[in-house]
Structures are given as structure tokens and as C-alpha cells.
Design a protein around this ligand. Structure first.
Ligand SMILES: NC(=O)N[C@@H](CC(=O)O)C(=O)O
Ligand SMILES: [Zn+2]
Ligand SMILES: [Zn+2]
Length: 344
């Protein structure tokens, strides 16, 4: 039985750090294990311009624990008024590594997102020229579409048409939750990749709803039925280059989650590597954990893999149930089964 595992240091290709007190509290949880992360721009107000991304990056760096070498990889929040020249300049100076597309109204802080996709065509065309990836929250917002169908419908009605209209556009399907998304990704070329979260490998919709409602498992896209979870497990553990880790660790205070209309998001930064080691071990794929967490992402983003390593050992990890912040506690994702791998 494998008892230690050393891999290239992982990166998180989809992370929410927020700002202010929340940023200071949650950043160490990611920086402890991860070398880099793609930082989501859905602040209030959102990170739209290169200047705003630079200021946010400086706030993140200022909040890092003493001696940390964590590198935030910044993104811009795509709006219908985004200036293609500003995006290109932010990419050229090495500041921005992706642009994030939120369909307006799809998820937390997405009100400034895109409603009319024709209006962002000039930006997408410029990104296709410069190779800058578009990270996509892939859910339709039409209230007539059932929430469990919104990802699959988005692929047909929005994602595929955008990609056909913009040849060469490099796209990351963020936090995929369905076998439909896995299948679509597999039929496409190497200009398409998909991130998979930690929690979607562990929970299905019954975990949220059966035997009582569990707000800490509510996130968007919402977890789907078990067949979809199994498809995500198979994709993540396959080692295929198009699939890589984006935790979508999304901190909300317990006060924000535990209420009649609670916020969407699971906070997994603290225990992601222990949870993933368990998932990959259960599926007989520990030898492919490194591809998922540390190799496939840098390859897609055209960045070098990390030179440093991370070692996991067979022992019960020790971490708190909640992270304290000045805004109130944030509950750490409960994987529902005892964890047996710790990061040394
Ligand atoms: N995933 C979530 O449920 N929430 C994210 C937004 C997002 O990634 O869609 C958040 O910012 O809280
Ligand atoms: Zn999202
Ligand atoms: Zn997210």
C-alpha cells in the first residue's frame, strides 16, 4: 500500500479569495499547499480593467503570510463594455491570465456579466488572436430551464455557438458538473479544457437534499445526480490533459449560507489535497493525481510546472471545521468520510 506520495506542487485553476477581512483569512488556506491560483474577479464591484486587476493583485500579495511564495494569476471580469485594448495590454504585461465570462445573473456577483453575447464579440476575437483563455461559468440563466439542466443547455445554446463563431478562442469550461460537459470536452480540440472542483467529485444532489437540507453543500452549478458525479470522477482520474483542478473554493460566512435564501459556494481550500488523495486512491489512480493538480493546468495555460514539490503521507489530517474571519466563521467542506492523507 502506498504510504507517501510526492508530486509537483499543485495549482488551483479556479479560486475565490474575496477581499478585505475575508481575503486575509482564507488566503493562507490556499497558499499553504498551492503555488499559484487563477483568481476569480467577481468582487463587488467586479475586477473589470487591467488597473483594477493590478490593484487587486497588490492587495492579495500584501495579505500573504510572511515568507509565502504564492503567486496570484489574475483574471478580468468580462462586461459588455470591456475594452479589447485594455485586455490585450493587461495580458501583454503578464498581469492577466484569463478573462472570466459570467452570464448575467448566473451566480454570485454576476449582475455585471454578459446578456448580449454580440456585444463582447470584439473582445473574444482579440483573445482568439492573442491566445488568452476565456473561463466560462457555463449555465443558462433562463428561468424556464430547470436548474439541473442549465449546464447541458448552455453547452448547446451558448458555448458551442460562441466557439464556432470565434475560431481559435481558447476556452476553459469552469467547474463542470455533468457527463454532458465531460463528453463535449472530449469531442473538442486542444483549445478547450475543463476544470473540475473537489466537492463535485464527492457529493451528488442527494447530499444537499436527502434527510434534511445541507446549505454547506449548495453551490453553483448545483451538484447533479450520481451518474454525473461518476463521470466527473472518471474524467478527473483519467489523466487526460484537458481536465484539471479548479477548486472553486468559494468562502461565504455561515451567516450568509445558513438563512432562508443562502449563498452558493463550498469552501474547500483547507482540505482539498487530502480529499483529492482519497478520491484518487479510491479509484486506483493515485499515480494520476499529479496530472490533475499539477501538470495539466500549467500546460493549458502555457506556464511552466512548479519546480517545488508537495508530499502527502498516510495519516489523519488535522484541520479546523471552520476558519475564523473578522466577518464571522466560514465552514470547511465536510467530505462525509474520514480522510487518511495529510500534506506534510
Ligand atoms: N460556485 C459558487 O457556488 N459560488 C461562487 C461563484 C461561482 O463560481 O459560480 C462564488 O463566488 O461564491
Ligand atoms: Zn461559477
Ligand atoms: Zn467560482
Amino acid at each position: 500500500m502506498t504510504r507517501t506520495l510526492t508530486i509537483r506542487r499543485p495549482d488551483d485553476w479556479h479560486l475565490h479569495l474575496r477581499d478585505g477581512a475575508m481575503l486575509r483569512a482564507v488566503l493562507p488556506e490556499t497558499a499553504r499547499h498551492f503555488a499559484r491560483a487563477i483568481i476569480m474577479p467577481n468582487l463587488v464591484p467586479p475586477v473589470v480593467t487591467g488597473a483594477q486587476a493590478k490593484a487587486y493583485r497588490d492587495r492579495i500579495i500584501a495579505a500573504l503570510p510572511e515568507g509565502s511564495d504564492f503567486t496570484p494569476l489574475m483574471t478580468l471580469y468580462l462586461t459588455e463594455d470591456t475594452d479589447p485594448d485594455d485586455v490585450a495590454a493587461a495580458q501583454a504585461e503578464g498581469l492577466v491570465h484569463a478573462v472570466k465570462l459570467y452570464p448575467a445573473g448566473a451566480t454570485t456577483n454576476s449582475a455585471s456579466g454578459v446578456s448580449n453575447f454580440d456585444r463582447v464579440r470584439p473582445v473574444l476575437e482579440r483573445m482568439a488572436e492573442t491566445g488568452l483563455p476565456l473561463c466560462v461559468h457555463g449555465e443558462v440563466t433562463d428561468p424556464d430551464i430547470d436548474i439541473f439542466d442549465r449546464e447541458a443547455v448552455f453547452i448547446d445554446r451558448v458555448l458551442d455557438p460562441i466557439r464556432r463563431a470565434t475560431p481559435g478562442l481558447r476556452v476553459v469550461m469552469e467547474h463542470i458538473t455533468t457527463s454532458d460537459a465531460v463528453a463535449y470536452a472530449r469531442t473538442q480540440g486542444d483549445d478547450l479544457a475543463a476544470t473540475i472542483t473537489t466537492h463535485h467529485l464527492v457529493i451528488n444532489r442527494n447530499h444537499i437534499l436527502a434527510g434534511g437540507i445541507r446549505p454547506h453543500y449548495y453551490c453553483l452549478p448545483v451538484a447533479k445526480r450520481e451518474t454525473h458525479r461518476l463521470a466527473l470522477r472518471e474524467a478527473a482520474t483519467s489523466g487526460e490533459p484537458r481536465f484539471f483542478l479548479g477548486t472553486d473554493s468559494a468562502p461565504h460566512t455561515d451567516a450568509g449560507k445558513l438563512q432562508p435564501c443562502g449563498c452558493a459556494g463550498c469552501f474547500t481550500a483547507t482540505n482539498t489535497m487530502s480529499v483529492l488523495a482519497r478520491v484518487f486512491e479510491e479509484d486506483g489512480a493515485l499515480d494520476r493525481l499529479e496530472a490533475f493538480t499539477s501538470r495539466n493546468g500549467p500546460a493549458f495555460y502555457r506556464l511552466p510546472v512548479n519546480e517545488t514539490t508537495l508530499t502527502l503521507v498516510k495519516s489523519t489530517p488535522d484541520y479546523p471545521d471552520q476558519i475564523d474571519t473578522d466577518d464571522g466563521p466560514v465552514t470547511v467542506f465536510d467530505p462525509g468520510t474520514p480522510l487518511t492523507w495529510s500534506v506534510t
